[in-house]
Write a protein of this length. Structure first.
Length: 306
């Protein structure tokens, strides 16, 4: 539980709610119902095991914030509770309502236990990766996907890391439950294109394509887009991302819509794959861009829009 003041409300309420929902209890010392509600909220914070943070604001001591929120929601009495998510007040309730009603309110805004556990494991995986612990990251991402199969972020990160480590068969198994979503989720489409490129580079039968073969074809005909695209797929399979995008840009400079936008769609897929996880920031703030991703986005825009 946190007491909100003018000095800490930005950090403890606005910014903190980007990571974890914050329930703000607006109360006053003279308010009898407030004293009834307070202990109930404190017990629920413990019961929900960190899935939301309880913050308290004394309306008499910090009237600037309490009056602003009361006006925003059209409320004239306390206790008044406001849920903050992603840096914004999103919902509220008035009065010392029963615990069961508060649970119903919380369950609309607070992640479920499995969802919260998966999100925690995913965050821990990113920390492990930053520290060079790839196996630890894989283990945590696998746990996140198993705990919450609907967590698309964790599944994307898990399949991506498996592919980066060359564990293609494991990646395909992990990807199979969402394969039908490739036309709906752009990042899943990106993973599918990457796996297709890997299969293209190492076919189960027949001759294995080579960069030299495609270089010879391109030298003979710079508009041999099939050869250029094949070369880009080999580079993609080898995780030579910027080289692959450079090859795709050569196609786009000569024919923006070649083969039903295949070059552009593959280029966008690579951007999805190489973009690092976004740092969560409060609503209205812009997370920093990766310089390589930002540069290649600009290059694509300059060609497509020219």
């Amino acid at each position: 539980m946190i007491d909100i003041t003018l000095e800490n409300f930005q950090a403890e309420l606005i910014e903190a709610s980007v990571a974890t929902p914050v329930l703000l209890d607006i109360w006053a010392e003279w308010c009898g119902p407030c004293k009834q509600l307070g202990p109930v909220l404190e017990k629920l914070e413990v019961e929900y095991g960190g899935r939301f943070t309880l913050a308290k604001l004394d309306a008499d001591k910090v009237p600037q914030i309490s009056s602003q929120l009361s006006e925003m929601f059209g409320v004239r009495s306390i206790p008044f509770c406001v849920m903050f998510k992603d840096g914004q007040p999103v919902d509220g309730f008035v009065g010392a309502i029963p615990a069961e009603k508060i649970r119903e309110f919380l369950d609309k805004h607070v992640p479920g236990a499995d969802e919260a556990e998966a999100a925690s494991q995913e965050a821990a995986a990113q920390e492990a990766l930053a520290g060079g612990d790839t196996e630890g990251a894989l283990e945590k991402l696998q746990h996140a996907v198993a705990t919450d199969p609907a967590n698309d972020d964790a599944r994307f990160d898990y399949v991506k890391l498996l592919l980066q480590e060359g564990r293609v068969d494991d990646a395909k198994v992990a990807f199979a439950p969402v394969i039908a979503k490739t036309s709906l989720v752009r990042r899943f489409d990106a993973l599918q294109r990457w796996m297709d490129a890997i299969d293209f580079a190492a076919p189960p039968a027949g001759a294995t394509p080579s960069i030299d073969d495609f270089d010879a074809k391109i030298a003979a005909n710079k508009r041999d887009f099939d050869a250029r695209f094949g070369r880009a797929r080999l580079l993609m399979a080898a995780q030579r991302w910027t080289d692959a995008m450079d090859e795709l840009l050569d196609i786009l400079m000569r024919d923006k819509t070649w083969s039903e936008d295949l070059a552009r769609k593959t280029y966008i897929a690579i951007l999805e794959i190489i973009e690092p996880p976004k740092v969560k920031v409060a609503d209205g703030q812009i997370p920093p861009d990766d310089p390589v991703v930002a540069s290649y986005r600009r290059r694509l825009s300059s060609i497509v829009l020219s």
